[in-house]
Design a binder for this molecule. Structure first.
Ligand SMILES: [Zn+2]
Length: 146
């Protein structure tokens, strides 16, 4: 079975935070880099919740985890607003995935790496979830080291 899939919002957020923290570049270049990372991560074989029985529930959890990460990053870790904005920008293209999941449908994607013609990386749930967990772990490690 082929799975249509989008990388979780939270994974894109962490990747954007890690890239923003690790790469010394002006904000405009970092904005382009984190948006490019969104496209590249959508190529990596992964699995997500948009075709489960409960896409709205999982989408809400995913979005909630992203919001909680931003709040904790600011309050507990003292992350700058600029760095947090890069994480949000990295994840923002998935708004169309969340919007469609909330409406219980697929389609109407505006971000190019969500279009049907884009070569989405897709795989079965276990390796797909482990792949996303590995990206988050690498991002957290990067954030801890920089
Ligand atoms: Zn995406």
């Amino acid at each position: 079975m082929a799975y249509y899939s989008a990388v979780w919002v939270t994974v894109h957020l962490y990747a954007g935070l890690a890239l923003g923290a690790a790469i010394p570049a002006p904000w405009w270049a970092l904005t382009l880099i984190v948006l490019a990372s969104h496209v590249l991560l959508d190529l990596v074989p992964h699995w997500d919740y948009t075709r489960t029985e409960h896409p709205v529930r999982y989408g809400a959890l995913d979005f909630g985890a992203a919001v909680l990460t931003v709040i904790v990053g600011y309050v507990a870790f003292g992350a700058s607003v600029g760095l947090l904005a890069l994480g949000v920008i990295s994840a923002a293209p998935d708004f169309d995935v969340l919007y469609n999941a909330a409406r219980g449908r697929q389609g109407d994607y505006w971000w190019p790496s969500h279009w049907k013609s884009f070569p989405h990386g897709s795989c079965a749930p276990l390796p797909g979830i482990l792949t996303q967990a590995a990206v988050m772990a690498a991002s957290c490690l990067t954030l801890a080291l920089v």
